[in-house]
Write a protein that binds this ligand. Structure first.
Ligand SMILES: Cc1cc2nc3c(=O)[nH]c(=O)nc-3n(C[C@H](O)[C@H](O)[C@H](O)COP(=O)(O)O)c2cc1C
Length: 191
């Protein structure tokens, strides 16, 4: 019979055995393992666990405008010190490893992009347990909708989203919005 990994754990703690088995990098003594999959823990001089929230910025686009907005938002979040992934909603299979999610969708004929809506439905349970922000991308020449179109509004309600914003080409307003997201995510967690 072939035995694996844990058989060699005799005389070692389970943490040490598992750390070797899965090649989990050793963490500073004062830092917890609790955050190891979702954030980057570092012990601070006060002995607290400094965690960098990991944020997913994802989007549904047809012509690329929404991707551009997502990249501006992601860039600002990174500038504000967060760890950020940015990817089309169609390509995301799992959101469990993220501490917060920003979801954008293009608006066509007053309809929120199907990829954004499907993403929200597919991951509804996980998204309801983490802070979510939504945005809509609209054309600069179009009359600006007063608020979220119906699909975005339904998604807001379903996911208990923190906020929704509408963007076209105003990059400073995208950056300012990303700042409000960054400032609402705690950077340091005690343990
Ligand atoms: C056929 C068509 C319909 C559109 N309908 C709307 C609309 O109802 N409301 C709006 O604000 N913008 C509308 N727009 C503008 C798009 O929302 C805008 O171009 C957006 O940036 C598209 O996103 P995407 O480039 O990520 O696909 C429309 C654009 C097209 C081409």
């Amino acid at each position: 019979m072939t035995s694996v990994g844990v058989a060699g754990a005799k005389g070692r703690t389970w943490e040490a055995a598992l750390s070797g088995l899965w090649s989990v990098p050793a963490q500073p003594q004062s830092c917890c393992y609790r955050h190891v999959w979702s954030v980057t823990p570092r012990a601070t001089s006060e002995g607290r666990c400094r965690v960098t929230p990991r944020v997913l910025v994802t989007y549904g686009t047809t012509d690329g405008g929404t991707r551009h907005i997502a990249e501006v938002v992601a860039g600002q979040l990174r500038h504000d010190g967060l760890t950020v992934d940015v990817a089309p909603a169609l390509e995301i299979n799992d959101v469990e490893s993220y501490d917060a999610v920003v979801l954008g969708g293009a608006v066509f004929d007053s309809h929120w992009h199907d990829d954004a809506r499907r993403f929200a439905r597919r991951h509804a349970v996980a998204l309801q347990h983490r802070p979510v922000w939504l945005f809509s991308a609209v054309g600069s020449g179009e009359p600006q909708p007063a608020g979220p179109v119906r699909g975005a509004l339904q998604t807001m309600v379903r996911l208990h989203a923190r906020a929704h914003e509408t963007f076209s080409t105003d990059v400073p307003s995208m950056r300012a919005w990303a700042d409000t997201i960054a400032h609402s995510l705690p950077a340091t967690a005690p343990h």
